[in-house]
Unconditional design. Structure first.
Length: 465
């Protein structure tokens, strides 16, 4: 019954729209006639295996189906992994939270690549478990092969590599521990090196340099007191919105369980995984904020299964079902970019009007056909925005109005990420990019959307100075 619920929740609730930031790009690549173009046009970090899978799809529904299939396979691999390490009972208890975690559901039903690399990584961990149990070379080879596929789908999955070493410590007999550590460690290092070699062949020199900076340099920054506090806030928000308050209950109960039962290795493992989760929460990015951290769903599900009493487990599932239902309801509504596009098209001679949109809106509004030479974009780049302000000023001085979406007015705050406002962007800590420029001008509401005020349209006409 549980497996039927999993399949139904993924297959029957597939996204038919490219809700998230990168999704329209993946749709374009899915319909590209050139494999070379797919690799050269795609943004960094490139996802080679995912791009190859896109060759099998064309419509939003078909691309979302890739996510669903690999999501189900990944959960299946995790189920077998837990069953082999613990028991069938624990594996069954871990299954239900994975069905209802809102973030995992969105990742596995939308045009996102995370479910693919997660499935490969979980498959690799399962093969490692079987190798440590049975000492068969085939399982070792399959582990490295699946790990390579995970890295070639998204190199960022590299951050979860310590899980392999944790399993070696947990499952190895004392006399085999150091041998297994050396063998598995060497295999992982060689596989990582091979993946980097493949990336160097696929990418141009400039792309590969940017790729290495993304991989090795960017994660090393940002450890000031302020950055640590900001990242902790991010992690708490990701847990709350992506996995519900039940995640906090499970973590608290799990911590007491480890201390009460003196499960020091389990507690150390939780701290290592928590450290990895912390690193994944460092960044502000669009396209379902928190998806870099989504692999935490699997350790969380294990905590639910292993440490919660029956009453605590049922209470947690009840909370999860409520959050899951709210998420599903949001994504069954009309896509917000379609509403925004309808509002824009209601302008008189809308194609002849100058329109400023935010960079967060750009991919979906381009998908909706709201793009022309008169479409202007506000971004994070100060130099680009200064040029934009000069252009707007020249248009106004020529006696023409300029329209702005609410998201352009407030950028980078209050941006829609899918069907909801960006988690971090709702806490306005500074000025919007165009605030100083707009303060000296006459900005009026042109079209009001009372249900979604951040889809309002503004008209900029006259200077006050």
């Amino acid at each position: 019954m549980f497996w039927g619920l999993l399949v139904a929740s993924r297959i029957f609730l597939l996204a038919r729209y490219p809700h998230f930031f990168d999704a329209p790009e993946y749709l374009r690549l899915a319909n590209s006639n050139s494999l070379l173009e797919m690799f050269t046009v795609a943004h960094n970090p490139v996802h080679p295996i995912y791009l190859l899978l896109l060759r099998l799809a064309h419509s939003p529904l078909q691309v979302s189906l890739i996510s669903a299939v690999f999501g189900i396979l990944g959960i299946g691999a995790f189920y077998l992994l837990v069953k082999n390490i613990f028991s069938k009972t624990v594996a069954n208890r871990a299954l239900l939270p994975l069905i209802f975690f809102p973030h995992l559901f969105l990742i596995q039903t939308n045009i996102l690549h995370e479910s693919v690399e997660q499935a490969f990584l979980l498959g690799a961990l399962l093969m490692l478990t079987l190798f440590l149990r049975h000492s068969r070379v085939l399982f070792f080879a399959l582990m490295l092969g699946l790990y390579l596929l995970a890295l070639m789908t998204f190199i960022g999955i590299l951050i979860w590599t310590p899980l392999f070493l944790i399993l070696v410590f947990y499952l190895s007999a004392k006399e085999q521990l150091w041998k297994n550590l050396f063998l598995v460690g060497l295999g992982l290092v060689l596989t990582i090196g091979l993946s980097l070699f493949f990336y160097s062949q696929i990418l141009s020199k400039g792309q590969f340099q940017s790729f290495l900076e993304y991989l090795f340099i960017n994660p090393l920054g940002g450890f000031s007191v302020w950055e640590i506090g900001r990242t902790l806030r991010n992690c708490l928000l990701i847990l709350f919105t992506g996995f519900s308050p039940a995640a906090f209950l499970a973590l608290i109960v799990g911590g007491f369980y480890c201390l009460k039962n003196r499960r020091w290795f389990l507690l150390l493992t939780a701290l290592v995984i928590g450290g990895i989760f912390y690193l994944t929460g460092k960044y502000w990015y669009g396209g379902l904020y928190g998806r870099y951290s989504a692999f935490i769903a699997f350790p969380l599900a294990l905590i639910f299964a292993k440490t919660l009493s029956q009453k605590e487990y049922l209470l947690s599932l009840g909370i999860l079902v409520v959050f899951f239902g709210s998420t599903v309801t949001q994504y069954l509504q009309k896509p917000l970019p379609q509403i925004q596009a309808t509002i824009i098209r209601s302008l008189p001679n809308w194609q002849q009007q100058y329109l400023v949109i935010s960079d967060y809106q750009r991919p979906q509004l381009e998908y909706e056909g709201i793009n022309s030479q008169k479409t202007l974009i506000v971004t994070d780049n100060q130099t680009t925005n200064q040029k934009l302000e000069h252009k707007i000023k020249a248009i106004l001085e020529a006696g023409q109005p300029v329209y702005l979406t609410a998201q352009a007015v407030h950028f980078p705050y209050y941006q829609y990420d899918g069907q909801a406002l960006h988690i971090i962007g709702q806490n306005r800590q500074g000025q919007p990019k165009l605030a100083t420029f707009l303060n000296s001008k006459n900005l009026k509401l042109a079209i009001i959307n009372y249900q979604q005020p951040f889809l309002n349209l503004y008209r900029l006409e006259l200077f006050n100075d």
